[in-house]
Every structure is written in structure tokens, then in C-alpha cells.
Design a binder for this molecule. Structure first.
Ligand SMILES: Nc1ncnc2c1ncn2[C@@H]1O[C@H](COP(=O)(O)OP(=O)(O)OP(=O)(O)O)[C@@H](O)[C@H]1O
Length: 307
């Protein structure tokens, strides 16, 4: 059995002297939703193309479902579904005809899977409408249905929310979460916007200039991005009583040095300071702390905000 669906080992890709991937060691645990985040040109598509067999690495290896042997990898890739860049659709065919054409092209037996895939992505009502007349959200759903043909265990999606409106992003997120939860499909999803992966990804990998800077779990990211008010007063014991009684919350932590991290009521700094002040406490420090997702990402890649 394998614990990781995908592992890359010192994976590098050079294009005429330009290093697009630089010794990347990425690992995706079975059952996870891996958010692969990086600015445009960071190397996401290059890695995805190598993993799916569309490009070759200059150095390093790819391990899929526990195997990195060349012939076995060809078989392993049959267990992977992908959307790379925009999904390739036949514009003059309906959703169901697109799926049927892809099913035949890929030699997948059993016509009944077409209907099942349409249902899975919520396109069963698309009827006679041709793909060229679909909204971008519908096109992405159809692309996903095509990627799901053959019941893959691992889905690789390169920027599937690119160009979608906020509602479309939410729909895609819910759909992917459902596929992960109900069918146990492991998902690699790339994006250049961290907040689009948030609420969906269980793990993250941050890539910048071809280097994998960090891999972390959703819990670790949330912890790093948790917002709180840092409070230092002359009498921490009294302050905690005031917080509980006056602010009606126990969502705080007293640190060893007596400073307090208050995690709720943070949108009411005036109310917090007034409560402490009115109780006769001397406030030495009072600071909102923590950062949002995008600023964490920006800081991690070195402060360049142009994504
Ligand atoms: N076929 C190619 N020939 C030359 N350079 C390439 C080629 N493909 C990619 N690159 C370069 O490699 C780097 C990584 O590109 P890649 O497409 O992997 O980035 P990305 O993170 O997917 O960005 P995007 O979100 O813009 O697709 C970029 O500098 C790109 O210009």
C-alpha cells in the first residue's frame, strides 16, 4: 500500500538555461486536497505537465501510487484524471456528446458512465445546449466530468477556477470537496490565489521561482494566519476575569509571561480596551496581531505583491 499518491524527488526542469523547476520534493498524501500555490510563472504547470506525462524532467523522478518505474508509471497515469489549462471540449457537441466522444476516444467501456458523470458535476440538466454556449462555470464542470471518466483515484486540476466569478469559485470548491469526501479522490489543485484554495485544501505547497518553499497542513496555515489581540497589563489574572465577565468570552490564552492572546471580539478593540481600562488595569501593550492568507503568502514569497 502507498501512503502518498504523488511524490516528486529532486524534480528539476530547465528550458534553455532558465530553471522552471528547481529540485522540487513535493508529497501528496492519499485522501488529501493539495492546494498548489504560486504566482504566474512559478512552475506549477511545468510540474503538473511532468506528473501527467506531457513533459519530461531534466532531472529527478516522479512517484505515482508508490511507483516510479517507467512502465509502471504509464499504468499509474491511467488512474489519474486531469484538467490542464482550459478543458478541451468539442464546441458543437452537447455535454453528454462530449463525454461520450471522450469515453470512446479513451476506450472506457460502459456507456452508462456518461450519465453518472453528468450527475456527479450537476450537468444532468444541460440537455441539448452545445458546449460553445456554456458559461465558463459549466465548461469547467464539463471538463471535470471528462477528467472523472474512468473513475480516477487522483485528480490534477491546473487553475480550474481561473476566470470564474466568486459564485463559480464556491461551486467548484463545493464540488471538489464532495468528490474528495464521497469518493475518496485525492486532488491536486493549483492556483495563484491562496484564498481560492482556502476552505477546500487540507494541505498546501507554496512554489516560487521553481522552488518549493514550504508544505504545510491547513491547520498549520490557519494557526499562522490566526488573528488575535495581544494584551499586556499589570494584572493578567484580573484581566482574564474582566474578559470573561465583561466581554463574555473564554476564547483567549494566557502566555507564560502573563501576556494574553484574545482570539474573539477582535473586531471591537475599543470595547476591549475600555473594559480593561474601566476595571482599573494599566495597559502596557495592546496590539492586533496575525495576518490574512494573502499577506502570509506574499510575505512567504518575499514580499512581491504582483501575483
Ligand atoms: N515550453 C517552455 N519553453 C520555455 N520556457 C517555458 C516553457 N514552459 C514554461 N516555461 C517557463 O517556465 C516558467 C514556469 O512556467 P509555468 O507555466 O510552469 O508556471 P505556472 O506557475 O504554471 O504559471 P501560470 O500560472 O502562468 O501558468 C516560466 O518562467 C515559463 O516562462
Amino acid at each position: 500500500m502507498y501512503e502518498y499518491v504523488l511524490k516528486t524527488n529532486q524534480l528539476s526542469k530547465k528550458f534553455k538555461g532558465h530553471t522552471a523547476l528547481d529540485k522540487v520534493n513535493l508529497s501528496i498524501r492519499k485522501g488529501s486536497i493539495y492546494g498548489f500555490i504560486g504566482q504566474n510563472g512559478a512552475g506549477k504547470s511545468t510540474l503538473i505537465r511532468i506528473v501527467t506525462g506531457l513533459a519530461f524532467p531534466t532531472e529527478g523522478t516522479v512517484e505515482l501510487f508508490g511507483t516510479s518505474e517507467e512502465q509502471a508509471l504509464i499504468q499509474a497515469r491511467k488512474r489519474v484524471g486531469s484538467i490542464i489549462e482550459s478543458p478541451a471540449l468539442f464546441p458543437y457537441m452537447t455535454a453528454s456528446e462530449n463525454l461520450e466522444a471522450n469515453r470512446i476516444l479513451r476506450g472506457i467501456p460502459g456507456k452508462d458512465c456518461v450519465h453518472r458523470m453528468l450527475q456527479q458535476v450537476g450537468l444532468q440538466g444541460a440537455g441539448k445546449k452545445k458546449a460553445k454556449n456554456f458559461s465558463l462555470g459549466m465548461k469547467q464542470r464539463l471538463g471535470l466530468a471528462i477528467a472523472l471518466l474512468g473513475d480516477p483515484e487522483f485528480l490534477i486540476l491546473d487553475e480550474p477556477t481561473n476566470g470564474l466569478d466568486p459564485m463559480g469559485v464556491i461551486e467548484m470548491r463545493e464540488l471538489l470537496k464532495q468528490l474528495n469526501r464521497e469518493l475518496g479522490i485525492t486532488i491536486l489543485i493549483s492556483s495563484h490565489i491562496l484564498s481560492e484554495l482556502h476552505l477546500m485544501a487540507t494541505h498546501y505547497g507554496i512554489i516560487h521561482h521553481g522552488k518549493l518553499l514550504e508544505q504545510l497542513t491547513a491547520e498549520e496555515l490557519d494557526e499562522k494566519c490566526q488573528q488575535y489581540v495581544f494584551i499586556k497589563v499589570d494584572n493578567p489574572g484580573k484581566a482574564t476575569t474582566v474578559i470573561q465577565n465583561e466581554l463574555d468570552t473564554a476564547d483567549f490564552e494566557v502566555m507564560q509571561d502573563g501576556s494574553i492572546k484574545l482570539f474573539s471580539r477582535i473586531e471591537q478593540p475599543g470595547k476591549i480596551s475600555l473594559a480593561l481600562f474601566s476595571a482599573g488595569l494599566e495597559i502596557e501593550k495592546f496590539m492586533p496581531m496575525g495576518e490574512d492568507l494573502e499577506s502570509y503568502f506574499t510575505k512567504r514569497i518575499g514580499g512581491n505583491v504582483h501575483v
